[in-house]
Design a protein around this ligand. Structure first.
Ligand SMILES: *[C@@H]1O[C@H](CO)[C@@H](O)[C@H](O)[C@H]1NC(C)=O
Ligand SMILES: *[C@@H]1O[C@H](CO)[C@@H](O)[C@H](O)[C@H]1NC(C)=O
Ligand SMILES: *[C@@H]1O[C@H](CO)[C@@H](O)[C@H](O)[C@H]1NC(C)=O
Ligand SMILES: *[C@@H]1O[C@H](CO)[C@@H](O)[C@H](O)[C@H]1NC(C)=O
Ligand SMILES: *[C@@H]1O[C@H](CO)[C@@H](O)[C@H](O)[C@H]1NC(C)=O
Ligand SMILES: *[C@@H]1O[C@H](CO)[C@@H](O)[C@H](O)[C@H]1NC(C)=O
Length: 553
């Protein structure tokens, strides 16, 4: 290398570390333990983070660096995943079993990641085993930087509302059900921030509001299987944000929040000063479960009315609500990959992939699959196997058929499910749900344009019904029974990314896959190097580390 080049490289490195150094760091130490609580009245085992249930909220601003040192004091391996955080170039921090070796009991691991070019409402949860049924989840918010205008006035306060169905059995007994081919069955209740108001006059409020002030509520469904309808008695909710996108603002009486989804709403305290219930009610279920929490006006006087409006019935209502959501195209906000975000409707589709969910209940083995493949985790995370170049020993890429037949579910194969998408291609994914139950899918590493949900089966002529103008860019989409949903996105984030059913039972029993997006250049411009503290396990243990990625022009 000649001297001038070397000098330039040094300058470049110096500027890079400077740029990196400008974004502040926030450090967290998490002690993860079991505890005993009685969220539904009888005592049960829960997972605590620093003695909190739910776990602490992480409050951050676009581009902050978050450093979370997790001490696993459970009796099982543990990983946290950061639901909706895109981990640009950095799937090393995604915290799923295909990218990370789990943190052994009694040890610690430090996640380091930047909430790069994102805003919005997210959450984290434990990805391993069935830990999520026991808690360990918490809110994660990313505020806009001060310079960036937000399309609504600063709220008086900003509240996180984690809603979810809840089981009273421990995560280990529930996992035994699944491993002996039994379904989890019905949850026993619905919690809001780890509690459920009893209505006996002794409930403490979850939140307080000053009269006439406007508050932001960030509502996420952190539950296990059920979609929830969320409402606040007598108060309209103005929807302003959804999974990182500012939306065209509209008022709603109630919102259907499917598992894994997050909404940001504004609520003004302009009603009679007293207590009100916030209510989360299960949808599409025969037995209706409901969780309640109290909001108190600071000048309030009086309990909430016991009268609660009925939640809507049927999925057509929910589909209509989905169709009412629009992206606010004029609102400025941090967005990863702006070139892929604007005018997505004009980008030529490189590839269309159809994904059909299925379940095998026959021959007594309960497994869930995508296109007939039920994913099994490998002892060596598929990302590490690929990075160390020994993927042939660990898994085979599945060249999934672009257009699998509906009957695909007839037989199910159990194997690691890893597919390959070419770096930077624009791909249309169709989710077709032939089952009688709702599906919800989450994709790591990206947000996608949720362009359509319709009844029936998909065919290319349905593209004329897509919203190609202002569909919401988000990370989780529901697919109603006997319906399909279409999403579109540019696969420009190199890494190994998990696509999964948000229904925990389905995911645990194989309804997930990994998408490998490889930058052919092994360039630092496209992907970060393996972190120095990366836990190494399985077949890559003891292997020499591949040459690090370098900066390419
Ligand atoms: C974590 O919590 C457990 C139980 O409360 C306690 O025994 C342990 O000392 C704590 N560890 C750390 C690192 O704080
Ligand atoms: C969250 O962070 C923002 C700025 O990053 C700050 O203005 C706000 O007060 C914080 N909120 C809480 C509840 O800590
Ligand atoms: C474990 O925690 C210690 C601090 O207590 C830290 O120095 C070390 O880097 C952590 N280990 C990992 C693998 O992150
Ligand atoms: C969209 O964002 C712009 C710019 O911040 C804002 O002025 C406008 O009110 C928003 N529109 C709607 C319908 O929410
Ligand atoms: C998209 O495809 C059409 C037809 O094949 C072609 O004319 C057009 O140039 C392409 N557009 C882009 C942006 O590549
Ligand atoms: C994968 O399958 C598609 C068609 O389904 C085919 O066009 C493509 O060449 C295949 N790729 C590989 C790597 O086999």
């Amino acid at each position: 290398m000649d001297v001038v080049m070397y000098f330039l490289l040094l300058c470049l490195l110096a500027t890079m570390s400077l740029i990196h150094g400008e974004d502040p760091y926030f450090f967290f130490t998490w002690n993860v333990t079991y505890g005993t609580l009685s969220p539904l009245g009888s005592s049960q085992q829960v997972i605590l983070i620093n003695n909190e249930f739910p776990g602490p909220n992480i409050n951050s601003t676009t581009n902050n660096n978050l450093v979370v040192n997790v001490f696993n004091n459970l009796d099982e391996p543990l990983l946290f995943t950061w639901h909706g955080i895109q981990q640009r170039k950095n799937c090393w921090q995604d915290g799923v079993l295909g990218t990370n070796c789990p943190i052994a009991p009694g040890t610690n691991f430090t996640y380091r990641f930047q909430v790069k070019d994102q805003i919005g409402s997210y959450f984290y949860y434990p990805f391993t085993g069935l830990h999520r049924v026991a808690g360990g989840f918490g809110g994660l918010r990313i505020n806009s930087r001060l310079l960036i205008p937000v399309p609504y006035a600063d709220p008086e306060d900003d509240y996180t509302v984690l809603i979810g169905d809840w089981y009273t059995k421990s995560h280990s007994s529930l996992r035994k059900f699944l491993e002996s081919d039994h379904s989890l069955g019905r949850p026993q209740g619905v919690l809001i921030n780890g509690k459920s108001a009893k209505g006996d006059g002794k409930d403490q409020p979850l939140f307080t509001m000053k009269p006439e002030k406007t508050y932001k509520y960030r509502i996420c469904n952190v539950g296990i299987k059920y979609s929830l309808n969320f409402m606040i008695q007598n108060h309209l909710m103005k929807l302003v944000e959804m999974e990182g996108s500012h939306v065209v603002q509209m008022n709603y009486d109630s919102l259907d929040v499917h598992v894994g989804q997050c909404y940001g709403v504004l609520v003004t305290a302009n009603k009679e000063p007293k207590d009100y219930y916030m209510v989360a009610t299960t949808r599409f279920t025969n037995t209706i479960l409901q969780g309640k929490g109290i909001i108190r006006y600071t000048n309030g006087n009086g309990p909430p009315s016991p009268q609660i409006l009925k939640a809507p019935v049927g999925w057509a209502w929910s589909l209509n609500q989905f169709r009412s959501f629009r992206w606010n195209l004029t609102a400025s906000a941090a967005r990863p990959n702006p070139q892929g975000s604007y005018h997505y409707g004009q980008i030529n589709i490189t590839r269309t992939v159809k994904i059909i969910n299925s379940v095998s209940r026959g021959n007594s083995k309960l497994r869930y699959a995508l296109n007939g493949i039920s994913h099994v985790d490998t002892d060596t995370p598929v990302k590490l196997a690929e990075y160390f170049g020994i993927q042939d020993k660990v898994f085979k890429y599945n060249n999934i058929s672009n257009n699998p037949p509906q009957s695909i579910g007839a037989s199910i194969v159990e194997q690691p499910n890893v597919i390959k998408f070419e770096f930077r291609t624009f791909i249309e994914i169709i989710f077709e749900n032939p089952e009688k139950t709702i599906q919800t899918y989450n994709l790591d590493g990206y947000s996608f344009f949720a362009v359509a949900i319709e009844p029936g089966t998909w065919s290319p002529d349905k593209r004329k019904n897509y919203n190609l103008l202002d569909a919401i860019s988000r990370h989780t989409i529901q697919v109603f029974p006997k319906c399909w949903a279409a999403i579109m996105l540019t696969f420009d984030n190199a890494g190994m990314w998990n696509l999964r059913s948000e229904n925990t039972e389905n995911r645990y029993l194989g309804q997930q896959l990994y998408i490998s997006v490889v930058s052919p250049e092994r360039s630092l411009n496209d992907e970060y190097n393996i972190p120095t503290n990366c836990i190494i396990c399985g077949n890559v243990k003891g292997l020499p580390k591949p040459a690090p990625y370098t900066i390419t022009s």
